[in-house]
Design a protein around this ligand. Structure first.
Ligand code: AMP
Length: 617
């Protein structure tokens, strides 16, 4: 049996398919969701879930929540604001400080997974050791790898890492939609947001595009409520008070999905002073609007990437606990012009003509915080052969490529390519007698290698050859888990290296969506940089060739001085660093000046061949 696990930022869940039915497994108290919280007592084993949640206010420094934001991340990847947690982060890659010791986000996640595993074994009365685990579509390779390691640490064989929106689509039984159906999955959880466009074709799901933010969600709304409350409480909060206020804020937010007003009470905030205030749904919506509005740009971008208009969608599926908030439903149905618009607005009665738009249906059929785990279980059942007639395809959220000579990014697998996939390219040596080639693997959308994320690098030795004579084949393979394997082979000797990309090294603090936005923002200057680097490489080649020729044939040339002048011009143009017209002009002059030299070299080469064949004396 392969279980499905939704390893969420704030909550996690485990599901199985039994007798063709997918269902979540509840704990002894009947709770289906497990808080993604782990408490490390000073003595004894860590505890996960509800008992840990209760320790958040009591022992905040040793109680870890939202660790999904840090899994597989290095210090520079996480913005300062994101590091505002009640425990202490340390080291690189990021870890959580616990007194003198530290614990990795993977180890914390493994505790959550162990707790889910124990729950499943108790309910199913059998040992469970195979799982499908979901991750946000925007997780990069390092984050996926780290999640897989967490699964292994918890005692699972991780059969697949599945994108959350794809799992949600599976849970909604989309295979029943008409051929060529297209759906959007709007997933707003505690700490992540994704908007994915999926297409169903002949029973196969394909992710056409995906866009989002790995650090945007319900937690941000909680934070706004916390700030609002702290302003009113007007005492300098310690970590414990902060944690209490945060807890109260979330409770109030959840209640306001069904109530129009709640009273927040915090006894003994300072000595024996207590605090009480009323929060209305209207006020909450005002606080939450900026957070919700941030998701809109991602919706637009995903539609644009997929080349699909909102009106062409059949459904918009809502996933993630935060989509229970009426404001979210209202906004999403407005943006996508959903048929349910009138109904969800609440102020227009069902049956009003306004209701009869032919836009997509807002699909809220699944419990938004259960859909992902159910979908993962369905995927597990497909893998174990319990369900046969469905196949799943995912896409790469960012382009993958190599750094080339000159510091440019050479894309091997473009963004939004369906995985699993394989692609390769031949490279050659840039210098005579070169014996090593640096394979530097990059992820991102920028033209210059330095602006992208570095996934790793390795050297491949090859047979020394003249410049341009060696052939090194590089192949990228992304497996069904979205994990990248890079193979480099010297075609002359067959010598090869295969490297599984593990960590994102030297990554700056850009989130994936920032990467995409910045690539759009810098599109022109990036293009200019690429043009300059390519032109400069060509110019240097021309300079080297002309210098070599001059050295050999200076005596026979009548215009040697003209060539030298043209060479100086190109070299000073190269020093301008970015004046492309001047460089091009100088190279054109050099080309013109070296015409007689080229003719001469051609004649000499021809003579050499003829002599070799005994046709000249
Ligand atoms: P998820 O990551 O999908 O478990 O979503 C968790 C987020 O959804 C947290 O920020 C919760 O506070 C939020 N959430 C859960 N239920 C509700 C609700 N009924 N109304 C508003 N937000 C909710």
């Amino acid at each position: 049996m392969i279980v499905g696990i939704d390893l969420g930022t704030t909550r996690s869940a485990i599901a199985v398919v039994e007798a063709g039915m997918a269902g979540l497994l509840a704990d002894a108290e009947g709770e289906r969701l497990l808080p993604s919280v782990v408490h490390y007592p000073k003595k004894g084993a860590p505890i996960a879930g509800w008992p840990a949640q209760r320790q958040r206010a009591l022992d905040p420094a040793r109680t870890i929540y939202s660790v999904k934001r840090f899994i597989g991340q290095r210090t520079g990847d996480v913005r300062e604001a994101e590091r505002q947690v009640d425990y202490t982060l340390t080291g690189n890659p990021l870890a959580v400080k616990l007194g003198e010791d530290s614990v990795s986000p993977e180890a914390v996640s493994a505790e959550i997974l162990k707790s889910l595993k124990a729950r499943a074994e108790l309910v199913l009365e059998t040992e469970i050791n195979r799982a499908v685990i979901t991750v946000p579509a925007y997780f990069n390779d390092a984050q996926r790898q780290a999640t897989k390691r967490a699964g292994a640490e918890a005692g699972f064989t991780v059969e697949r890492i599945l994108n959350e929106p794809t799992a949600a689509a599976l849970a909604c039984g989309l295979e029943k939609l008409p051929e060529q159906a297209r759906v959007a999955v709007y997933d707003l959880g505690g700490g992540t947001f994704d908007l994915s466009i999926l297409e169903l074709r002949e029973g196969v799901f394909q992710v056409l595009a995906t866009h989002g933010n790995t650090r945007l969600g319900g937690d941000d709304i909680d934070q706004r409520i916390v700030d609002w409350l702290l302003e009113r409480i007007d005492v300098n909060p310690d970590a414990s008070l902060r944690a209490r206020v945060r807890e109260a804020a979330e409770v109030a937010k959840v209640a306001l999905s069904t109530e129009t007003e709640v009273t927040i009470q915090l006894p003994f905030v300072l000595g024996d002073t207590s605090f009480e205030c009323v929060l209305s749904r209207e006020k909450l919506e005002a606080l939450a609007t900026p957070v919700i509005e941030q998701t809109r740009a991602h919706c637009r971008q995903a539609l644009a990437d997929a080349g699909v208009a909102a009106a062409e969608l059949n459904q918009v599926i809502l996933v993630g606990g935060q989509t229970r908030m009426p404001l979210v439903r209202r906004r999403v149905s407005e943006w996508f012009e959903c048929a349910e618009y009138a109904e969800t607005r609440g102020d227009i009665r069902l049956g009003d003509s306004f209701h009869e738009t032919d836009g997509p249906t807002l699909n809220t059929s699944q419990n938004p915080d259960e859909a992902v785990a159910l979908g993962a279980a369905i995927q597990g059942a497909i893998l174990s052969g319990d369900i046969r007639d469905m196949v799943l395809l995912d896409v790469t959220p960012l382009s993958l490529g190599l750094e080339t000579f000159g510091g440019l990014m050479n894309v091997i697998i473009p963004r939004n390519t369906t995985v699993p996939t394989k692609a390769g390219e031949m490279f050659t040596n840039a210098v005579d007698g070169q014996r090593q080639m640096l394979v530097h693997v990059l992820q991102g959308e920028r033209e210059k290698a330095v602006d992208n994320w570095s996934l790793g690098k390795f050297e491949l030795g090859f047979k020394s050859a003249k410049r341009g004579a060696a052939r090194v084949g590089v192949q990228f393979e992304i497996d069904a888990d979205g994990i990248l394997h890079v193979l480099a082979r010297d075609t002359a000797t067959g010598h090869e290296k295969v490297v599984e990309m593990k960590s994102a090294v030297d990554v700056d603090d850009m989130a994936v969506q920032q990467m995409v936005e910045e690539s759009v923002e810098h599109a022109f200057e990036d293009m200019d940089a690429r043009k300059w680097i390519e032109a400069a490489l060509k110019a240097r080649e021309a300079v080297n060739a002309a210098r070599g020729g001059l050295e050999e044939f200076a005596d026979e040339l009548q215009n040697a001085d003209a060539i030298r002048t043209a060479l100086d011009l190109v070299e000073s143009a190269l020093e301008t660093e970015n004046d492309l017209p001047t460089l091009k002009g100088a190279v054109a002059k050099l080309d013109e000046a070296t015409l007689p030299l080229a003719d001469l070299m051609m004649d000499r080469a021809m003579e050499a061949v003829l002599r070799q064949r005994g046709m000249l004396d």
